[in-house]
Design a protein around this ligand. Structure first.
Ligand SMILES: [Zn+2]
Length: 264
């Protein structure tokens, strides 16, 4: 069985420790190891992960350029293993220019964290950048949910998709961390992609199956949210749902390949 981790965070060595601690504090979680590329691969190797979507979000506009250069360097250092998603920030002078640069760098999409970035998903200032991402066929991976905040609410993503229907989006965490009822209520099915991280292991198996089947077996991708969670536990939880090999292969690997149009 081929396995891809479709949502993992890596940080430059210099800040990996600090960044890991601050994410842990934000979510009040103990993190599983510092978020370096080496530790990611070590954890993924335990369950045979062969490909990773790697990303890192900018909390300030001045970080964007360096983060995108870092993700590009990591992707270049591990071709066919790391698939990098760049990032942007609403505070950039020229958001579209950075989308353009992400395209030129050969990154595979864009990751945004509305809560860390304190920016509503459907923020009007972001629309031209979303339209450009749609034109370039760059999918956007949105952190979703978290009832403590409204920035990443499911209804905002639904609103954005009405404005930019050609945009491909991945609504992370089965559509919304700790806000799964809203995800089911507002997110359209059949077009929105999603991942299993920071969600599947926090609910009953029955609830996980309801959400997976809501989005569709061809739209759900296995993920760890490393360094939040270790891979082994995510694999154990997913396998315990009892899906057939065909469905497991789609969610473990093939859907990711279809989305990014890469060989499996
Ligand atoms: Zn994330």
């Amino acid at each position: 069985m081929k396995i891809t981790d479709s949502h993992a965070h890596i940080f430059p060595a210099k800040i990996a420790e600090k960044a890991t601690i601050s994410i842990g504090q934000f979510y009040d979680l103990s993190m599983n190891g510092v978020g370096s590329a080496e530790n990611l691969i070590k954890s993924g190797d335990e369950i045979g992960v062969s490909k990773y979507l790697v990303c890192s979000t900018a909390t300030r506009p001045e970080q964007v350029h360096a983060i995108n250069d870092f993700i590009h360097a990591e992707q270049s250092a591990r071709p066919g293993v790391f698939y990098g998603f760049g990032t942007v920030h609403v505070g950039l002078d020229d958001i579209e220019a950075e989308v353009e640069r992400i395209k030129v760098l050969g990154l595979y999409g864009i990751k945004l964290h509305p809560d860390f970035q304190q920016t509503n998903i459907d923020e009007g200032k972001m629309l031209p950048a979303y339209r450009l991402a749609a034109e370039y066929k760059l999918p956007i991976l949105f952190h979703m949910g978290d009832p403590r905040y409204d920035y990443s609410a499911a209804w905002r993503l639904a609103n954005l998709l009405e404005k930019v229907p050609t945009l491909t989006v991945i609504a992370a965490h089965l559509g919304g961390f700790m806000a799964w009822d809203e995800a089911m209520k507002y997110l359209p099915t059949g077009s929105v992609w999603t991942d299993t991280c920071s969600s599947m292991s926090m609910m009953s198996p029955d609830q996980a199956k309801i959400l997976i089947e809501h989005f569709g077996f061809d739209r759900v991708m296995f993920a760890s949210d490393f360094p939040m969670w270790k891979h082994q536990r995510q694999r154990d939880v997913f396998d315990s749902l009892g899906y057939s090999d065909e469905i497991r292969q789609a969610i473990y690997n093939d859907n990711f390949c279809h989305l990014l149009k890469i060989k499996d």
